[in-house]
Design a protein around this ligand. Structure first.
Ligand code: CTP
Ligand code: CA
Length: 225
């Protein structure tokens, strides 16, 4: 089976996939996080592997396990993820599915924070994290095909189209993560693929199916360029 898989349309291609949330420490025992399960990124890495790609999978602390047959690089924070991504380049394509924390805690405490008995809560200060997708898209070792994801809760296509231009990536896979959709942490996804050519809405389907369809499109794009 392995030999057959290795002969797929992505044989000889290196694809980088980021996945999962990042955790941003407050102190040694507490962190800021988000609800990403890593399911979509994991499914995409597996689908790319099944087409024969050599996959580097840079993952934050996801709830689903990473796929077999890929090179797994585990990170915790956004800054660690950026360093791991840079170390994994060059690649033919990059698929940035990670739900990177937009902010880290600027006034991180070296020791566990303690209540001081006054009843006053501590104030957290935040600093913006580096934008990994923008940095790869605009960097010196840019993969030929750079794909971002956009989690939106409103005006999905407009926001994601603007994001594609702002970040300099080729495609954005946009999805509506408003709580009513049940997509965040669920098994299905309804996405819109946004490229320079416009927006293409895909029907709601299992995350595995989204992953297969996207992997096929990636293989096609790399063949034609
Ligand atoms: N992303 C990234 N680094 C960040 C933030 C986001 O690489 N610090 C990537 C994500 O992996 C995703 C894409 O950028 O592929 C869009 O993420 P999203 O959170 O939707 O975009 P933001 O630019 O953070 O905008 P927003 O304010 O809407 O969260
Ligand atoms: Ca964000």
């Amino acid at each position: 089976i392995d030999a057959a898989l290795a002969d797929g349309p992505l044989k000889g291609r290196h694809v980088l996939v980021t996945s999962g949330p990042t955790h941003e420490p407050i102190d040694p025992v507490r962190y800021i996080a988000n609800r990403s399960s890593g399911a979509q990124g994991t499914a995409i890495a597996a689908a790319l592997r099944d087409l024969g790609a050599q996959v580097t999978f840079v993952t934050g602390p996801a709830t689903v396990p990473p796929p077999a047959g890929v090179q797994v690089v585990r990170v915790e924070t956004a800054r660690e993820m950026l360093a791991a991504v840079e170390a994994a380049l060059p690649a033919d394509a990059a698929v940035m599915t990670a739900a990177v924390a937009d902010w880290r805690v600027a006034n991180q405490n070296g020791q566990k924070m303690k209540k001081d008995g006054s009843g006053k809560a501590p104030a957290l200060e935040f600093a913006e994290n580096p934008d990994i997708l923008a940095s790869v898209s605009k960097g010196p070792t840019r993969p030929r095909l750079v794909i971002g994801f956009a989690a939106e809760t409103e005006q999905v296509v407009d926001h994601a189209t603007a994001k594609r231009v702002r970040k300099g990536c080729d495609w954005i896979v946009a999805n509506d993560v408003s709580p009513a959709t049940g997509i965040m942490g669920g098994t299905e996804n309804a996405v819109v693929l946004i490229s320079a050519a416009g927006a293409e809405a895909w029907p709601r389907m299992a995350k595995d199916q989204v992953a297969k369809k996207l992997a096929d499109r990636i293989a096609l794009a790399l063949q034609n360029s």
